[in-house]
Design a protein around this ligand. Structure first.
Ligand code: PMP
Length: 408
């Protein structure tokens, strides 16, 4: 595969990729689960602990001021990364899961009543299903699900039929973590807004692979995890429009989120701090900012182009493997190839690939309802990042050929 993208230079920033697994050069194709970290991100963590580790927002001393500055500067980096209108619309959480739970609880408290409906799609990750089920149980509401076709594409006509007057919110993934399908989010949001329905977009599988502009999308809520975008674990982002954050009650109580505490009555801090109870992961947020800077320097358009080329090459090469069965026959997919090898359990394929130095994921990928809809109990998922190469695709192809032969 010919490409102008200088992947060899990029790989030098990721020491983990130089490792061997069972004597083979490691091929890491589990990027949808978590991404690897460039040196600069890990350096940032070390630098923060060694030079300005102190709790944020509370003290007058120098270290605390430096830590606070780094944490608040990270908020601005995130704001600009997704083109939010202001830093106050960025709430730091522990990850996509916590961001969605926060909205499910807090939006639910502010806007939902018995008999209302929440709309999701059939291709959601469990973390964009279960928080809404909990809300529906708590408030005696109904969860409605937009169906998909046999290839995993959203049925837009059915979606429009479900957008009734009882729907209080639509929560939908930007890119499916199993199929790599990108939903037509802008049009979906337009249709929801016409009916006065706000939309939460789960961007966990999008932000590492394409430029995201929350204002161009007009998303009301947008969530993602740092660890899937080359940043550290334990940090997440909730973008929400100011008007919603201001109307929503706190999700957790504690330090930071208060204005005045008295036994008779407590008042709350302004947004976004109202939603950030307790000590935030201020070192993680600074490291996330570094990760975002790192990929912006490369350019998300360039990353998207390269990954598209790489995935197309992989689809072309893997389809030559006897027994290769792709899940969902869709023309375009983002960085994810879900498949089965005919007659061989996905778990066995994953185990044997591992022994050949290739890391993939097998199972239901935290999307059991989607797997049920597609009538499969598990599949293998090879998921890519911009540091993967065409020769790694060749290694995967050769390994799959070998495994198929072993079983036949
Ligand atoms: N949504 C999607 C689409 C995901 O892929 C994931 C992670 N697999 C999540 C939500 C949950 O992310 P986290 O575990 O980082 O909270």
């Amino acid at each position: 595969m010919e490409s102008k993208f200088d992947v060899a230079s990029i790989r030098k920033h990721f020491p983990i990729l130089e490792q061997k697994a069972y004597g083979h050069p490691l091929v890491y194709l589990d990027n949808a689960a978590t991404t690897q970290k460039p040196r600069s991100v890990v350096k940032k963590i070390e630098e923060a602990y060694f030079s300005h580790n102190a709790n944020v927002h509370r003290a007058v001393h120098l270290l605390s001021q430096q830590a606070t500055e780094a944490h608040e500067a990270a908020r601005v980096v995130v704001q600009q990364f997704i083109n939010a209108a202001e830093p106050d619309e960025i709430v730091f959480t522990r990850g996509t899961t916590e961001s969605i739970n926060l909205v499910a609880f807090s939006f639910g408290e502010a806007f939902c009543r018995e008999g209302d409906e929440i709309l999701i799609s059939s291709m959601e990750h469990h973390s964009n299903i279960v928080p809404w089920q909990l809300l529906c149980e708590r408030k005696k509401m109904t969860l409605k699900v937009i169906p998909i076709d046999d290839n995993g594409c959203l049925l837009v006509d059915e979606y429009e039929k479900l957008l009734g007057p009882k729907v209080k919110l639509l929560a939908i993934t930007h890119v499916s973590n199993v199929l790599g399908i990108e939903n037509p989010i802008k049009q979906i949001i337009e249709k929801a807004h016409k009916q006065g329905v706000p939309v939460l977009v789960d961007g966990a599988q999008a932000v590492a692979h394409m430029p995201v502009d929350v204002r161009a999308l007009d998303a009301d809520f947008y969530t993602f995890s740092s660890h899937k975008v080359f940043g550290p674990t334990g940090v997440g982002v909730l973008y929400a429009k100011r008007s919603f954050l201001e109307q929503m009650p706190p999700y957790q109580g504690g330090g930071e989120m208060i204005d005045q505490v008295h036994f008779e009555k407590t008042t709350y801090n302004r947004i976004p701090f109202k939603f950030e109870a307790g000590t935030p992961d201020f070192i993680g947020t600074a490291a996330l900012a570094e990760a975002l800077r790192f990929i912006q320097e490369i350019g998300l358009d360039k990353i998207a182009d390269y990954e598209k080329q790489l995935v197309n090459y992989a689809l072309q090469e893997l389809s030559k493997v006897e027994g290769f069965q792709l899940l969902g026959n869709i023309p375009e997919r983002h960085a994810i190839i879900p498949f089965q090898l005919k007659g061989i359990h996905a778990y066995d394929v994953g185990l044997l690939l591992d022994k050949l130095g290739i890391a993939v994921r097998t199972g239901h990928h935290c999307a059991q309802p989607l797997m049920e809809r597609l009538a499969v109990d598990s599949c293998v998922r090879a998921s890519f990042a911009f540091y993967n190469t065409s020769s790694e695709v060749d290694r995967l192809q050769a390994a799959l050929k070998k495994i198929y032969k072993m079983f036949n």
